[in-house]
Design a protein around this ligand. Structure first.
Ligand code: ATP
Ligand code: MG
Length: 480
């Protein structure tokens, strides 16, 4: 045990210190033994001289061994706690002090590197997670090393560390990935299908771009797969072509009726006054229907065009309801229907598109008259509501809203039919059978106006309480 600068110096028992002293003294021991054997030195002097060499080595080697051990302990502690959390040990030897400084410098350098890398990785991950399309990194065995949030959402949370073929059942895709990994090709592009999962009701059509990484990745990734989900785009494409088909069909029917009558009027009914009157009346009705259809189609496309433009007109509900009632009063009279209004005095003005709000109420009240039983009432009521019921397909506005209800007595709408009412051209069979005229676009227009206003609509229908369409419109529009 040695004491230096008030500190107790102690070295580990199994440090090899004694062996090192003996080994260092060994050559001197051999020299002394030879001198004694050759009778050039008395044994006692040789022993005394050798002992002083051993003592010298002992004193000389101790601080070095001690400081080496201190250095070892320091490096170990450094690796655990970091350079800023531990004190530099005192080193008497300049070399060991230099080693400590060099180690500290190296530690700082690598810590900074690690922090920069970590920050880079976090920001890269955040950027990848904001991408709407799935991206996956693949290693040389065909396992998924990493995936962004969209990939997890589309293919499942537990996809990492799993083989491509465990997740995808398309041989085309699996083979394309294998070709890129084996560097048979640098990149592959293909369209493939994945079958539906539990929470999905349809197969997915996907476009994949598989690319071999252009650098040798130390992180095991050899290829990157980016995927684009074509399912939604295809659905929209199909909806558009269905829409065009439906619209042309709806226009062709009255057009062929009118053409047929024109031909009849020019030939067989040329001199038949009674037939001419009947045919002209029908032709007038068909032309009116066509005009209505075209007007509704144009209306729909106008609303769709402005779908992303937030409404901004301060609007008071009462005068609009009065206008609508006034405009439909003649039709109501013809159907022997009366309006009854009950608008709460608490209703606040709302931010809306006045023209569209009038169109919405007019379509709903028109339906209530058209499909209401003769001799009944159409009741319009409005009150304040704390929030708007949530929608599963789009974002509704938060905060207070006005709930406007239009109620009529008439044929009950079944729950299956309620879900389809806002589809373009959808009309209930009972009304087609009763030959009640309509284009089937009124409620589709209503739906688009409501979406643009970040509102919602609920429909209830029963024999006892009749049919009620309740429209929720926010007082304030969400800021863009
Ligand atoms: N108040 C109601 N009571 C019963 N059925 C209704 C009511 N409102 C709508 N419907 C049903 O929903 C269908 C779709 O209504 P929508 O307003 O979209 O079209 P339409 O009234 O047939 O034609 P138009 O484009 O001329 O309004 C109607 O054909 C009708 O079958
Ligand atoms: Mg209608």
């Amino acid at each position: 045990m040695f004491s230096r600068r008030g500190k107790i110096f102690e070295i580990e028992k199994d440090s090899g210190f004694a062996t090192r002293v003996l080994m260092l003294s060994m050559p001197s021991a051999l020299v002394f033994m030879m001198l004694v054997a050759l009778h050039l030195l008395p044994a006692s002097i040789a022993i005394m001289a050798y002992s002083s060499i051993v003592l010298f080595n002992l004193v000389w080697l101790f601080p070095m061994t001690f400081e080496l051990q201190q250095l070892k302990k320091y490096i170990f502690k450094l690796s655990q706690e970091g350079v800023d959390n531990i004190d530099n040990p005192y080193m008497s030897e300049t070399e060991t002090q230099d080693i400590i400084d060099a180690i500290n410098e190296m530690h700082r350098f690598w810590s900074n590197k690690a922090e920069t890398l970590e920050a880079q990785t976090i920001s890269d991950t955040a950027v990848l997670d904001t991408l709407p399309d799935p991206i996956m990194m693949i290693d040389k065995t065909g396992s998924i090393l990493g995936a962004n949030a969209s990939a997890h959402k589309l293919f499942g949370e537990n996809i990492t560390e799993r083989k491509i073929e465990e997740i995808f059942n398309s041989n085309n895709f699996i083979n394309a990935v294998a070709r890129v990994i084996a560097q048979e090709s640098d990149a592959e592009n293909l369209i493939f299908y994945v079958s539906k999962r539990d929470n999905d009701d349809e197969n997915k059509k996907l476009y994949a771009h598989i690319k071999h990484l252009p650098w040798v990745s130390k992180g095991r990734a050899v290829a990157v797969v980016s995927i684009y989900d074509l399912t939604k785009a295809m659905k929209i494409e199909k909806m558009q072509s269905d829409f065009v088909a439906n619209a042309s069909h709806e226009l062709r029917t009255p057009l062929s009726i009118i053409s047929g009558f024109i031909e009849t009027l020019q030939t067989t009914a040329k001199d038949d006054k009674a037939a001419q009157d009947t045919f002209l009346k029908i032709m007038g009705e068909q032309a009116a229907y066509m005009a209505n259809l075209i007007e509704n189609l144009l209306s729909l496309s106008r609303i769709e065009l402005n779908q992303d433009k937030t409404p901004d007109e301060p609007t008071v509900i009462q005068p609009i309801v009065d206008d609508v009632i006034h405009a439909l009063s003649l039709k109501a009279k013809e159907h022997n229907i009366e309006f009854e209004t009950n608008l709460s005095s608490q209703i606040k003005p709302i931010v809306a598109d006045r023209g569209q709000l009038k169109q919405l109420l007019q379509n709903l009240c028109d339906n209530a008259i058209k499909y209401g039983d003769s001799g009944t009432k159409v009741k319009i009521s409005a009150k304040m509501q704390e929030t708007i019921p949530l929608s599963t397909s789009y974002q509704v506005a938060q905060g207070p809203a006005v709930a406007i209800s239009i109620n009529n007595q008439g044929a009950v709408i079944g729950s299956e039919e309620i879900n389809r009412l806002t589809e373009r051209f959808y009309r209930m069979q009972t009304h087609k059978d009763k030959n009640i005229k309509g284009t089937g676009l009124g409620l589709a227009i209503v739906k688009h106006i409501i979406i643009r206003h970040h509102g919602n609509m609920k429909v209830t229908s029963s024999k006892r309480y009749g049919t009620t369409f309740t429209v929720y419109l926010p007082v304030e529009q969400p800021s863009a």
